[in-house]
Unconditional design. Structure first.
Length: 344
């Protein structure tokens, strides 16, 4: 196990007065449209209608459809490794997976980052491979089902954003301020090698630069990258919530609408505003622990995977179930069923 794993797998409770960085851009759409006039409200409402896509309906793990106004819910955020360079394919792999569980009574949130190379069973194809392949095989539906099988909890909603949305949102806001942890070079959104070079330290990043920071893992690993992505989301939220960004909200809504799919309706998104305005919101960030491993695939290739720790996985599952008030799981989940094939 790498040297980072002993520390990054610690779970830290963080209290925040805002919830923007978890459900951004959803709360942003609802809050700014409600606060800054009929034009933005209608623009956001129309955008959400165009972005709506019901990937699979109610979760099979629920007796009935949830209502965010009164129920505890979960939302899966899917960042897609896609851009104009890749032709905006519906079969792109996911590059970032974050699951948020929201407890309505407590107004508390747990945010789990799922490493993209996690070795898990994907029902869509009937064998174990990297979790980011689920979207390639079956889009949001297969990704949702894979996460449900892994964690043993219902995924009530999803939000899918591609790389172009990420870049356009940052640029629409005029850039974001981020503390870059180390100097590095990374490819740009058109896959040009080492096109983006950043130095260590606090600085303002444009869309391409922020994307490079969110994607890179040359000097660390998936766990650290997940933490960087959370920090970038917080930086976006901070900039979006500033008074100086009010005049840019129209462009932000356009950027989101052109690049997002979700099964949340506009009214359901507005129901989440209470989380943002609660005065004592508890947010706990979670990570799945594990270790680097290599597994031989059917073609004889020795492929890298992130092997999840089963004990930690069981602990995270129970914590999420308790937060959703589902009670203890009847059986212990298995991330990697035996005797399954794997591929890159």
């Amino acid at each position: 196990m790498g040297r980072h794993h002993s520390t990054v797998n610690r779970k830290k409770v963080r209290k925040r007065r805002v919830f923007w960085f978890i459900v951004f851009p959803l709360l942003l759409i609802a809050a700014i449209s409600a606060s800054y006039g009929t034009y933005l409200y209608k623009k956001a409402e129309n955008m959400m209608g165009a972005s709506f896509f019901d990937a699979r309906g109610k979760s099979d793990l629920r007796d009935k459809k949830v209502d965010p106004n009164i129920d505890n819910i979960s939302i899966l955020f899917i960042g897609i490794d896609d851009s104009s360079k890749r032709g905006f394919s519906d079969n792109a792999r996911s590059d970032a997976l974050m699951l948020a569980t929201l407890n309505e009574k407590e107004k508390s949130v747990k945010l789990l980052t799922i490493p993209r190379d996690s070795y898990v069973y994907i029902k869509e194809v009937g064998y174990s491979t990297k979790i980011n392949h689920a979207h390639k095989y079956g889009g949001p539906r297969a990704t949702i089902e894979t996460v449900e099988d892994l964690l043993g909890i219902p995924v009530d909603y999803y939000v899918r954003l591609d790389f172009d949305a990420f870049m356009q949102i940052v640029d629409a806001l005029g850039g974001i301020e981020v503390d870059v942890p180390y100097a590095f070079s990374e490819q740009d959104s058109k896959d040009k090698a080492d096109a983006i070079t950043l130095e260590e330290g606090l600085q303002t990043l444009n869309g391409e630069e922020a994307l490079a920071l969110a994607r890179t893992r040359k000097l660390d690993n998936d766990i650290e990258r997940g933490k960087r992505q959370q920090e970038i989301m917080k930086a976006i939220a901070k900039k979006a919530a500033s008074g100086a960004s009010v005049t840019k909200y129209g462009k932000v809504i356009d950027a989101i609408g052109e690049n997002m799919k979700t099964d949340l309706t506009f009214d359901e998104i507005k129901a989440l505003i209470d989380y943002g305005v609660s005065g004592n919101l508890d947010i706990e960030t979670l990570t799945l622990s594990g270790e680097d491993t290599r597994i031989m695939n059917n073609s004889g290739q020795n492929i890298y995977y992130y092997q999840l720790d089963e004990t930690n996985l069981a602990e995270v599952k129970e914590k999420l179930r308790a937060h959703l008030d589902l009670g203890p799981a009847k059986t212990t989940g298995v991330a990697n069923p035996p005797a399954q094939n794997s591929e890159e």
